[in-house]
Write a protein that binds this ligand. Sequence first.
Ligand SMILES: NC(=O)c1ccc[n+]([C@@H]2O[C@H](COP(=O)([O-])OP(=O)(O)OC[C@H]3O[C@@H](n4cnc5c(N)ncnc54)[C@H](O)[C@@H]3O)[C@@H](O)[C@H]2O)c1
Length: 394
Amino acid sequence: MSEVCNVALLGQKFMGRAHSNAYQKAGRFFNLPRTPVMHTIAGLDLIALAPFADRWGWRNYSTTWKDVVKNPEIDLVDVSTPNYMHAEQALAALSAGKHVACEKPLAHTLRDARAMKNAALRARRCKTFVWYNFRRCPAAALAHRLVKEGRLGRVLHVRASYLQSWGGPETPLVWRFQKKYAGSGAHGDLNAHIVDLARFVTGQEIVEVCGAIAETFVPERPLPSAGRGPIPGAMPARRQMGKSDVDDCVLFLARFKDGAVGSFEASRVATGHLNNNSIELNGELGALRFSFEDMNVLWLFDSREPKQTAGWRRIVCTTAGEHPYAGAWWPEGCPIGYEHTFVNMVADMMAVLGGEEPTVPLPDFADAYETQRVLEAATLAAKHRAAVKLTEIK
Ligand SMILES: NC(=O)c1ccc[n+]([C@@H]2O[C@H](COP(=O)([O-])OP(=O)(O)OC[C@H]3O[C@@H](n4cnc5c(N)ncnc54)[C@H](O)[C@@H]3O)[C@@H](O)[C@H]2O)c1
């Protein structure tokens, strides 16, 4: 067995489940130079922690993350808490000499993100990772490779959108709708993913945000404890409402370093879309497009093919040896799903911690900070109704 990597996971709900599953599965499907060991799960809800630890295979559980990150047995701290906690927890872990894997967005403010980037640069022996997991869809990873090989020639257009519809007026005021906890709404949640994906697939940085719109369609939401329904026979209780102070959608236009132009759109109220994370690139020699709702597929158009038979080619990215990550999974033609992106990410993190190369590049804090600068530029562009150059965002 390879050298172990004792993991402490902070956060036990949505991403807590996704990451727990990934730590369990990675060593079963990949040959890893480091073996993740599920050492400790930390969360706030003591009642839920014991059954969670039992169900997912964590050896210990705790409600005091500050003690957990200092435990000398821990090698990697995984920060999967709401955005406002990322900086405090990641900084504590780095100063205790731990490797850190942090959920996206890097932080809820640019200032916190900068502190994290700088601390990671200082902690030279510690590796940092950010869970931009969509890079690890085989089709998205293939897109990255094809662009790098020059298959599209010069990229002219980047068209990215991340559309969801769960954020209507009935959705309670959870932390995701409060600026002090989340930083922003659909922007930091969803634009963060597509800005990262666009930077990853094109290999180019965004140099200017040329204009942006941020809109809050639902300014008030029911408080999470409210809305359980009236007592039978009683008058319906008036629901207690609270203020939602984040965006429900943000759209912006951008320029890339090598001249490509881009559009980005993130929404939680895009009726008809559940989790539609899509990107299309048009280059001088070809085009490609990817949508997470059909995540095993990459579409490729090669403009050098004879016009008679030219067209979009549907590539099912499940062939071992040809498509990134496919060799670790099932026979050709057997698709993978959402959870596999996290397993692929754990495999790549263990590769890096074991001194090997990841299948495709992993974002660290410095890389994720570049995404955060773009988000900040778009926020300012929307606020001031003006273009913002990335050189203005330090
Ligand atoms: N990569 C992705 O695709 C993806 C998807 C969803 C969420 N996320 C990110 O993951 C993070 C968590 O989101 P989620 O959906 O899992 O949220 P969630 O609300 O489902 O879970 C948050 C967890 O954090 C715990 N927590 C909160 N404060 C804590 C503290 N002080 N100490 C210890 N634990 C604490 C809560 O108990 C809970 O278990 C966010 O940053 C979010 O943006 C990423």
